[in-house]
Unconditional design. Structure first.
Length: 297
């Protein structure tokens, strides 16, 4: 297989966390959560890491992670900001929210070198997810082919507040549809409910670990521009999101998405209170020998 790229989505504002959760040190030796995805991706065979960041985070990530990866894997940086918004679109002056994960990937379109996977910087996916995804990327033939690693909803919840998840319909190993669902949370009796009512803990969900062929990037660009054309000027919070794009392309038979679950357990940081739980999980993984004391040794 030629180049395979891991695109790390790390430009989110982290408003619920209360800061830049993407660079919060949660590992037992000061590791940042995304370093585990990088370690697992390199072990699985990925040859390029692309960080998508806010401009003010580039030097921090370059100095804390990027330099340590030199000689092991190609590293590139992309900035998600308004400079990559088409000039014909007038950005409302009161808008502060980024334009979503589709726009984030497009910010990196000039540096992506091959079939690519996306992951959130603030999620832990487990080692097997990257093995599965790397294999999927090797089978992608063109823009029509894609892959995903889904997770079980009950294993992706936060005890500290609501989350957004793409509820997936999967048949015979292929994704049929994604319903982006907001405010999924625990009730007092520990039932899981979302914006439309109760949800089965065994529902399958997307955690933004997608695999795409680089030929999809022009299609993604057109999709994003159509999104902008459909925005009202007073809609200052709407985002163009990967699960919604995937669902729309599926509905037009423009995409075929293979889905294969990982046996590993997901965990991540949405709220400040999630940090201690994640730190404990990572400490246990190091203790079990899943990860070495130094991820860069």
């Amino acid at each position: 297989m030629k180049d395979t790229t891991l695109v790390i989505l790390a430009a989110g504002l982290g408003s619920r966390f209360g800061g830049n959760k993407q660079i919060s040190q949660v590992g037992p030796h000061g590791e940042i959560l995304m370093e585990y995805s990088i370690y697992d991706a390199i072990e699985a065979g990925f040859t390029q890491i692309v960080f998508i960041l806010k401009a003010e985070m580039v030097d921090t990530v370059r100095n804390s992670i990027g330099k340590r990866l030199e000689g092991r894997v190609r590293v590139d940086y992309a900035v998600q900001d308004t400079s990559t918004i088409p000039s014909w679109y007038s950005i409302p002056p009161e808008r502060t929210k980024p334009f979503g994960t589709v726009h984030a990937v497009l910010a990196a379109k000039d540096v992506i070198r091959g079939p690519f996977a996306t992951v959130n910087a603030d999620d832990y996916y487990g080692k097997e997810a990257f093995v599965i995804m790397h294999e999927m990327l090797g089978s992608l033939k063109d823009a029509h082919d894609a892959g995903m690693v889904p997770y079980i909803l009950g294993n992706t919840m936060s005890e500290n507040g609501g989350v957004t998840r793409g509820i997936c319909e999967i048949k015979n190993g292929f994704l049929c549809g994604v319903d982006e669902t907001h405010d999924i949370h625990y009730e007092e009796d520990h039932r899981i409910v979302g914006e439309y009512g109760g949800l089965d803990p065994q529902e399958v969900v997307s955690m933004n670990i997608w695999g795409f062929h680089p030929m999809l990037l022009p299609i993604m660009n057109t999709y994003f521009e159509d999104f902008l054309r459909g925005l009202k000027q007073d809609d200052i919070k709407a985002e163009c999101l990967l699960p919604i794009m995937v669902n729309d392309l599926l509905s037009k038979d423009a995409l075929c998405v293979r889905a294969k679950s990982s046996p590993d357990r997901w965990f991540g940081i949405t709220y400040q209170a999630d940090r201690d739980t994640v730190a404990a999980e990572l400490k246990l993984l190091h203790k079990k020998g899943i990860y070495p004391q130094d991820l860069y040794q």
